[in-house]
Design a protein around this ligand. Structure first.
Ligand SMILES: Nc1ncnc2c1ncn2[C@@H]1O[C@H](COP(=O)(O)OP(=O)(O)OP(=O)(O)O)[C@@H](O)[C@H]1O
Ligand SMILES: [Mg+2]
Length: 434
């Protein structure tokens, strides 16, 4: 049986040679269409005529989003570059094409690359991801002493940083507050931390940190990722440094800019973030609805794609719920949705704004009990309500650690941050009773 293949190498001098080389090979490849441009390629791929495409680095408008669409449509993508064009090869890798071959490779090598990519895509359910070999710009940062060194040796430059996705159901349970506080606490431990605002319904991290007039760094990083020009140093440039160990990728402040946070671009941003920082804390949007189920065009950008991609790639999802009957009910339902959307992901639960009023009696005990019974969650981080401290923090555009270090809301989040990174904190000194 022959393997139907597309080519999209317009503008290249060697197109005809390439096509005949493919058809000459002994691997049974059949070039079913020579696409004239990217729209032609995408339309043909969508019609299901082919299993693979061989495309050139100079194909106009080729970007990460287009590659992701091809791969999602079940078409394995192989790049082809002029002999010696290492720049073109790197760009193809960066936009998500793992296999790149020189145009003058022997027929069987070209055909072999196509057949192998189809096989790998079939085995993985998608095409293989490229490796990113880049250096770590943390090393170039001024190494100011951490506020409190608790003996953590962060792993950086290895792509093994934690990706902590802070998520939670609708109703403003405190996702941003938890993300901000966790990130700042981690930085005080000396952990190189990146805080990213990926809320597609309008992010406020920049405002909360007093970064006025800030162009959204995360959107800029996504743009670079989409065009294939994002590398580790570029990501570091988009991430503004706000504390000695804390960088921030600010988000889109207007909800209508959500298409700038494309899932396909975020995938690369998170991969690089895990090389850049020992911990990346992401403030996510609330919705997990898979928009393609309600949309006819399955290739259209998905608003919640950013949230879904983030929680799929997360090493831990931190689910935040509000400590009142409605908030808890939403959290319990949300945890169910979360497990359906990403069955294998590690989830930790934070219940925020714990106070007596809405729950009554032993609020913390009742909350723990409800989550154990209805969501099967044993470990819950309870964060007390502390309006004054958080208001002060917002008013000053600073963190809780800076404006209200003794806030009762800080300690559980600080302990939780340490726990997430496997840091052992010095024991708290108990106050002597008079
Ligand atoms: N533990 C707490 N005690 C008192 N106020 C809190 C606490 N946690 C959060 N808040 C306040 O609640 C409000 C909403 O919090 P936040 O913005 O973090 O929620 P969110 O889930 O990110 O909401 P959104 O849906 O707008 O993204 C803010 O004014 C914040 O200061
Ligand atoms: Mg928020």
């Amino acid at each position: 049986m022959s393997l139907p293949v597309l080519t999209a190498v317009t503008g290249a001098r060697w197109e005809s040679d390439l096509v005949s080389a493919l058809e000459r090979s002994s691997l049974g490849l059949d070039v079913v269409r020579r696409c004239v441009d990217l729209p032609d390629l995408l339309a043909t791929a969508q019609s299901g005529q082919a299993r693979a495409v061989l495309l050139s680095a100079d194909l106009r408008r080729l970007d990460r989003e287009a590659v992701a669409r091809l791969i999602a449509g079940g078409v394995a993508v192989v790049g082809v570059v002029s002999p010696g064009d290492t720049e073109g090869e790197e760009r193809l890798h960066r936009i998500g094409i793992a296999k790149v071959v020189p145009a003058d490779a022997p027929a069987d090598v070209l055909a072999g690359a196509v057949a192998e990519s189809v096989e790998i895509a079939h085995a993985h359910g998608r095409a293989p991801e490229p490796d990113f070999a880049v250096s770590n710009p943390w090393g170039a940062m001024p190494s100011l002493p951490p506020m409190q060194d608790v003996g953590v040796t962060p792993e950086t430059g290895t792509g093994t940083g934690q990706l902590l996705a802070v998520w939670g159901p609708a109703g403003a349970p405190g996702r941003t507050t938890v993300a901000l506080t966790l990130a700042t606490e981690l930085s005080t431990f000396g952990v190189p931390t990146l805080l990213a605002d990926a809320d597609v319904y309008g992010g406020v991290v920049a405002q909360a940190l007093g970064l006025l007039d800030e162009a959204p760094g995360l959107a800029a990083a996504c743009r670079s990722a989409n065009s294939g020009s994002l590398d580790l140093a570029g990501l570091a440039r988009h991430a503004r440094q706000v504390l000695p160990r804390l960088r921030v990728l600010t988000g889109i402040q207007r909800a209508d800019r959500w298409p700038e946070l494309r899932a396909s671009a975020l995938e690369q941003v998170w991969d690089l973030a895990r090389q850049l920082a020992a911990a990346t804390v992401v403030d996510c949007g609330f919705c997990l609805e898979q928009d393609e189920e309600i949309s006819f065009d399955t290739a259209a950008p998905r608003r919640n794609g950013a949230t879904l991609t983030t929680i799929e790639r997360a090493t831990t999802v931190i689910a935040v719920g509000a400590a009142d009957p409605i908030g808890l009910q939403r959290l319990i339902r949300g945890l169910e949705e979360l497990r359906e959307a990403v069955p294998g992901v590690a989830v930790r639960v934070v219940v925020n704004s714990v106070r007596k009023g809405p729950v009554g009696g032993d609020a913390e005990g009742q909350i723990r009990d409800a989550l154990r019974r209805y969501a099967g969650v044993d470990a819950v981080v309870c964060v007390p309500y502390d309006r004054f401290s958080f208001d002060t923090a917002i008013a000053q555009g600073r963190s809780l650690a800076e404006v209200a270090p003794k806030s009762p809301a800080r300690l559980p989040l600080r302990n939780f941050a340490a726990d997430l990174m496997g840091i052992t904190l010095p024991r708290q000194r108990r106050r002597k009773k008079a």
